[in-house]
Design a protein around this ligand. Structure first.
Ligand SMILES: NC(=O)c1ccc[n+]([C@@H]2O[C@H](COP(=O)([O-])OP(=O)(O)OC[C@H]3O[C@@H](n4cnc5c(N)ncnc54)[C@H](OP(=O)(O)O)[C@@H]3O)[C@@H](O)[C@H]2O)c1
Length: 249
């Protein structure tokens, strides 16, 4: 078994849990990073039982990326890093963000600024070891600004461009390290508990997790999850503004 570690940023997320189970079944060593220590310990126990070679937890606020490079280096514990997976994020409240700029800042700083800094630090680590994958979870919400979620969408759009840029950089330099952006549509997790769920547009975290696991190994650099969202968002992007502005999407 290889002596490599998988670092999961935002390990308490529903999608992260489903993805961590896939790695545990492969016998990977995992580092679970999140802000809820009790939940991280619960997840760690479950993942050990599912076959993970080792599981370490780190309870920190990921919105603070000031020591990202140092922290990632410490979590290696002298081993190579197989993957850095970035899941954490907040949907926020769009209506509130329009009038409460502090809330808008919280969404932007969590979903873009800190996520961008963790991604850059991870890219540098992976490029230096010349192996491994950075997989970042973006969103189809980043494909076109819509009145219902455009602060969140703007942050995800910015993060998406950053990850695409990292993928381009690694490819041009001939690095064996890679980067991928996974853009889910509607996924049945805690983030969407306020929404009415069901129907063909909704995916289960397990299905998205399989695509994330695959994206860490090959393909990309932009993966829609499930794949039909690529077509839906292509159509959404080309709808002319006069038509688009007539509907509350
Ligand atoms: N669900 C969807 O329909 C959907 C669609 C497209 C994209 N996404 C994206 O998918 C990713 C995973 O979300 P999910 O659907 O799995 O929802 P989730 O279960 O609500 O996960 C979001 C996670 O982010 C964590 N988090 C937020 N701010 C944090 C911070 N400052 N420090 C540490 N952890 C923080 C939360 O931690 P706590 O548990 O402590 O709150 C939570 O575990 C997110 O980036 C989301 O934007 C979701």
């Amino acid at each position: 078994m290889s002596r490599e570690r998988v670092i999961i940023l935002g390990a308490t997320s529903g999608m992260a849990d489903a993805t961590a189970r896939l790695y545990a079944a492969e016998g990977a060593a995992l580092v679970l990073v999140g802000r809820r220590a009790d939940r991280l310990e619960e997840l760690a126990a479950d993942l050990r039982a599912r076959g993970a070679r080792a599981v370490e937890v780190a309870a920190i606020d990921l919105a603070d990326a000031s020591r990202a490079a140092e922290r990632l280096a410490a979590w290696r514990r002298g081993e190579a890093v197989q993957a850095v997976l970035l899941f954490y994020g907040v949907l926020g409240d769009q209506s509130r963000a329009e009038v409460d700029l502090g809330h808008a800042r919280e969404i932007l700083e969590t979903d873009f600024t800190s996520a961008a800094l963790w991604s850059l630090a991870a890219a540098n680590l992976l490029e230096a070891q010349n192996s491994g994958a950075l997989v970042v979870v973006g969103s189809v919400a980043g494909d076109r600004g819509r009145q219902s979620n455009y602060v969140y969408g703007a942050a995800k759009a910015g993060l998406g461009v950053l990850v695409q840029g990292i993928a381009h950089r690694l490819a041009l330099r001939g690095s064996a390290a890679r980067a991928a952006l996974v853009k889910p549509g509607f996924v049945d997790t805690a983030m969407t508990d306020h929404m009415k769920k069901g129907g063909p547009l909704w995916a289960k975290p397990d299905a998205v997790a399989r695509m994330i696991r695959k994206a860490a190994g090959a393909g990309g650099p932009v993966v829609y999850a499930p794949g039909f969202w690529r077509l839906i968002m292509l159509v959404i992007r080309v709808i002319p503004a006069p038509l688009f502005h007539r509907r509350a999407l």
